[in-house]
Design a binder for this molecule. Structure first.
Ligand code: HEM
Length: 394
């Protein structure tokens, strides 16, 4: 196990070709063969075809989030009498609803329910709930990753059933897109950005379309919902940070009670200019990185730069096939880098030039060739939701 930035940099970047993710067997029942599960040539191919989908034009499309935000807002306003509610639950529902719309062109509608007088989301699979099954499948998959090669023993009927529901949901949209002729596909994709439509212009392989979409859903959903939840966990405890952030947002976008005010001013560009908002997000991802621990497997005998010798500052030998776990959560709380208040939530530290340039000591989105493809997408979505809550609901 390591939390040394030099070792992590070696695995993710300078010695990238010596290591693989090594998790295909553990995640395959849910994820199949996609960018998040594959290594080697399969991964390279996935990255090549998926990268164009994360160009700035796509990630800038915040309008798509608004209808889902409206649903979430209605749940929040049920508690305008001051009664408590779990905002984390709402963020997880918000992110799966918006992600399924972005990826498949149809939302699973988990925020729609009787309490806000809305009927449920698209019922593609009889009597089953895609969002619930996706959550359950992820939990099983996580345990399989912890079990490593013993994952073969964690393969219950329930896991298989949940994976089937998830696959069926994706297949419904894949079938739909494959039935479109090229003109129809062009027409549909020019009226609204849908990930699956764009991918279908590059491949007609139904398994590839399904697997890559589910891989992106898994990569992008919990990570963003976790970030939003931890932002509000900290803001709830720190009124001075809440006020400072609110002031920045209100100064930039206004805050009136009329539903049509400044919301259209919230864009990729304008949100990027909110420096304190960026600092709050950076600080949240420092203390609560969405991917707190991870691992890599060497595919040949190799070394890592630190951990060997008497004082552990010399290279250390790694036999082929051994597993190296790395812990970003711990690394982000290193007092030598962040100072004595490393455990405290202090967004202001991000205005200190020493902390700004800490390179491999700060790694919420990973680094090197497998750096997160959705970083800008996630930061835009999270910024939109945070700002939107201040502009309207505050
Ligand atoms: C706060 C939100 C997010 C965080 C903290 C985050 C973090 C990460 C990390 C640490 C990895 C590396 C995982 C590994 O190699 O084992 C990763 C990979 C990836 N992320 Fe994100 N992510 C976030 C949101 C998103 C979103 C919204 C999307 C897409 C819409 C996305 C797409 C991806 C993809 C496709 C990969 C795989 C890249 C590859 O292996 O080449 N992520 N992310």
């Amino acid at each position: 196990m390591t939390k040394d930035p030099e070792n992590i940099k070696a695995m993710l970047s300078t010695q990238f070709n010596d290591f693989i993710l090594g998790r295909h067997e553990m995640v395959e029942p849910l994820l199949g063969d996609g960018i998040f599960s594959l290594d080697g040539e399969g991964w390279k191919h996935s990255r090549t075809i998926l990268r164009p989908q994360f160009a700035r034009e796509q990630v800038g499309h915040v309008e798509m989030l608004e209808p889902h935000f409206q649903m979430m807002k209605r749940h929040i306003l049920k508690h305008s009498d001051g009664s408590p509610f779990d905002i984390q639950d709402l963020f997880f529902k918000f992110t799966i609803d918006s992600a399924t719309e972005f990826l498949f062109g149809g939302t699973c509608g988990s925020l729609r329910d009787e309490s806000i007088a809305e009927s449920g989301g698209e019922q593609i699979v009889n009597g089953t709930d895609f969002a619930k099954c996706f959550n359950a499948s992820q939990l099983y998959t996580n345990t399989r990753i912890l079990m490593q090669w013993m994952c073969i023993f964690w393969n219950s009927k329930e896991y298989k059933r949940c994976n089937e529901v998830v696959h069926k949901f994706a297949d419904h949209y894949v079938d739909k897109v494959l039935k479109m002729d090229p003109d129809e596909l062009d027409k549909n994709s020019s009226s609204k950005y849908v990930f699956l439509y764009e991918l279908a212009k590059q491949t007609r392989d139904p398994k590839m379309l399904r697997d890559q979409s589910i891989n992106i859903l898994l990569a992008g959903r919990d990570t963003t919902a976790g970030l939003l939840s931890f932002v509000f966990y900290e803001l709830a405890k720190k009124p001075h940070i809440w006020s400072k952030l609110r002031k920045e947002i209100v100064d930039n976008f206004g805050c009136d009670t009329n539903d049509t005010s400044n919301v259209s001013a919230l864009s990729f560009e304008s949100l990027k200019k909110c420096e304190y908002l960026k600092a709050v997000i950076n600080e949240t991802l420092r203390l609560y990185p969405s991917v707190p621990k991870n691992f890599r497997v060497p595919i040949r005998d190799t070394t890592l730069p630190r951990g060997g010798g008497e004082d552990e500052s010399s290279p250390i030998f790694l036999p082929k096939g051994s597993m190296v776990a790395y812990n970003v959560y711990s690394m982000h709380r290193n007092k030598d880098v962040y100072g004595e208040n490393a455990e405290d939530f202090v967004p202001e530290r991000w205005f200190d030039s020493n902390v700004k340039n800490i390179g491999w000591n700060y790694l919420p989105f990973n680094g090197g060739p497998r750096i997160c493809l959705g970083q800008q997408f996630a930061l835009t979505e999270a910024s939109y939701v945070i700002a939107r809550l201040f502009v309207k609901v505050a």
